[in-house]
Write a protein that binds this ligand. Structure first.
Ligand SMILES: C[S@@+](CC[C@H](N)C(=O)[O-])C[C@H]1O[C@@H](n2cnc3c(N)ncnc32)[C@H](O)[C@@H]1O
Length: 179
């Protein structure tokens, strides 16, 4: 094995280890929304409203990159903890010169959500509980929330769309405002 082969092998091992580690730490892998889910989610956003679109767990940039490209005047924000997907999405951001896109390598539970008009996410049940608690305690603005597959445990969605895929995956839409 030559030096290049060894470097490649070590890089692959490091990348796999990093993804496994962050999956164990966050509770979910950086699995991308399918193209059907992405299209259905983006259709539900209310982009005429003032304020940022925030992806809680932006992964490789599957949702934030097309959004930032299509809406250059809209502020798009991602929060991502897993460093490899975050790095790839940052490289895409700079390669495509998406000045309206900010991607934080930060836990979304510490995110500032009061500037958001729309929130998108594809998380897991535990993270939806954390999101619900954050909304109840910290979010006083009106926000449209679009979630792939997982629902907020205590709130009734305004709309549920079932995707035409193998799992009939649901896309939940909420119109959040404090009672
Ligand atoms: C299933 S992926 C979804 C990626 C992208 N939003 C999409 O729909 O294609 C979920 C992502 O959320 C990230 N994540 C999970 N918990 C997080 C947290 N507390 N803060 C920031 N990112 C988180 C994971 O690292 C993972 O990349």
């Amino acid at each position: 094995m030559n030096f290049i082969d060894l470097t490649l092998l070590l890089s692959v091992i490091l990348a796999v280890f990093s993804i496994v580690w962050s999956t164990l730490k966050t509770g979910i892998s950086p699995m991308m929304s399918s193209s059907k889910a992405r299209d259905a989610m983006l259709d539900e956003l209310e982009l005429e409203k003032e304020g940022a679109v925030i992806d809680l767990g932006s992964g490789w940039g599957t949702l934030v990159i097309p959004l930032a490209k299509k809406y250059p005047n809209k502020q798009i924000v991602g929060y991502e903890l897993s460093w490899l997907p975050w790095l790839v999405s940052i490289i895409l951001k700079y390669s495509l010169r998406l000045d309206n896109l900010t991607i934080h390598r930060k836990d979304f539970r510490n995110a500032e959500l009061n500037t958001a008009s729309n929130i998108i996410c594809y998380l897991f049940p535990g993270a939806m509980i954390a999101l619900q608690e954050k909304l109840e305690k910290k979010v006083f603005n009106k926000v449209t929330i679009v979630s792939n597959t997982f629902a907020l445990p205590s709130y009734k969605p305004t709309k549920i769309t079932k995707l035409n895929d193998f799992y009939r995956s649901p896309i939940y839409v909420y119109h959040w405002s404090q009672k």
